[in-house]
Write a protein that binds this ligand. Structure first.
Ligand SMILES: [Zn+2]
Ligand SMILES: [Zn+2]
Length: 343
């Protein structure tokens, strides 16, 4: 449970119970530590979503089904599952319009005011959030389908990846998910920036055509030197104003800016003149919509290899250590996983 700014405690709570006929009880096996969890840990909020303590976070999870409600048909006890953290109502205007990710009554796992998270030995979720996976997929991989699905969704909302030149500014797990999904969907030209050199090495290993550290070089002139016509699409994956400024400079006229990063400040700014002259299209990305299943298929089909994303592993009791590591960007961390089988 988060208990204060940079404070976290192990707490005994009653085991959750099945309340609805479509509920599934899950014994957690793996939970990924997400940048958004760490925002709640270090600042107690993301924008208007404010933590009320004590609060359990975590939304990138996988585990075993232990019990199901009377009407559940998708899964049965013993099944291994990946979890889609979004619990939509399927009745409101957004849900009916095919946008359950912006459901008016959305309950999102580990989101303050909506639902407690999955950093817990057991949780209960509706069956619609449960995706069975087979033995060939590890629980780590199943849990990573959540951030990967955001990459898949961001890429699908952008441009046809074949023949486009793309920038990825910020190569944490989301930037990496964008590149892996973009490659799986036919992309070949990715220019990647990050302030951590180990992450740039990872990007190079996974086929980025160029990588650069904005703290050590002028990434705009380096990329525009290689691509004088500039980039078709830029994915902002770090929530930093300087990256947004670079994106405006890197985009060609008619280019598309995808904003995925979660900033710690309240307002973005950009040049009205540059935006207008280049007719830049700006698209925000809100988590993902209907992309957990494609993400799982990319992993099980071998089009995407997410194994390298996990750089650190901690037992459940050491969750705080994992959060401190990610909060401090220590040791070249990409994704830290909580593994419930580690004693
Ligand atoms: Zn996340
Ligand atoms: Zn809804």
């Amino acid at each position: 449970m988060l208990t204060g700014i940079r404070e976290m405690e192990m707490t005994d709570i009653p085991e959750p119970v099945i309340n609805n006929n479509n509920d599934v009880k899950i014994k957690m096996q793996a939970v990924g530590v997400c940048g958004s969890d760490v925002h709640y840990y270090t600042t107690g909020r993301i924008g208007s979503q404010v933590v009320k303590y004590p609060f359990p976070v975590g939304h990138e999870g996988a585990g075993y089904v232990t019990e199901v409600g009377s009407e559940v048909t998708r899964v049965k006890p013993g099944d291994r599952i990946a979890i889609d953290p979004a619990m939509s109502c399927f009745e409101c205007d957004q849900c009916r319009a095919g946008r359950p990710h912006t459901c008016r009554n959305l309950r999102f796992l580990g989101c303050p005011g909506q639902s407690g998270g999955c950093l817990s030995e057991y949780i209960v979720m509706p069956e619609n959030s449960c995706y069975p996976v087979d033995e060939s997929m590890s629980f780590d991989e199943a849990a990573i389908s959540e951030p990967l699905s955001i990459g898949v969704y961001a890429v699908k909302q952008s441009l046809d990846m074949k023949n486009v030149k793309a920038g990825i500014l910020g190569f944490g797990p989301i930037g990496m998910s964008v590149m892996l999904a973009g490659k799986a969907l036919g992309g070949k030209h990715f220019y990647v920036t990050d302030k951590i050199d180990q992450r740039l090495m990872e990007a190079g290993d996974h086929g980025a055509v160029w990588t650069g550290n904005p703290e050590k070089e002028d990434v705009v002139s380096a990329i525009s030197g290689k691509e004088p016509e500039l980039l078709d699409v830029v994915f902002e994956c770090c929530g930093q104003q300087d990256a947004l400024d670079q994106a405006f400079e890197l985009l060609k006229p008619g280019g598309k800016l995808m904003i995925i990063g979660i900033p710690e400040f309240d307002r973005w700014s950009f040049s009205a003149d540059a935006g207008r002259r280049k007719e830049i299209c700006i698209q925000h990305v809100r988590r993902q919509n209907e992309c957990v299943e494609p993400a799982l298929e990319m992993i099980s089909g071998g089009q995407v290899d997410v194994k390298d994303m996990v750089t650190h592993r901690f037992g459940f009791e050491d969750t705080k250590k994992a959060f401190d590591l990610v909060a401090g960007y220590e040791d070249g961390v990409m994704k830290a996983m909580i593994d419930f089988e580690i004693p």
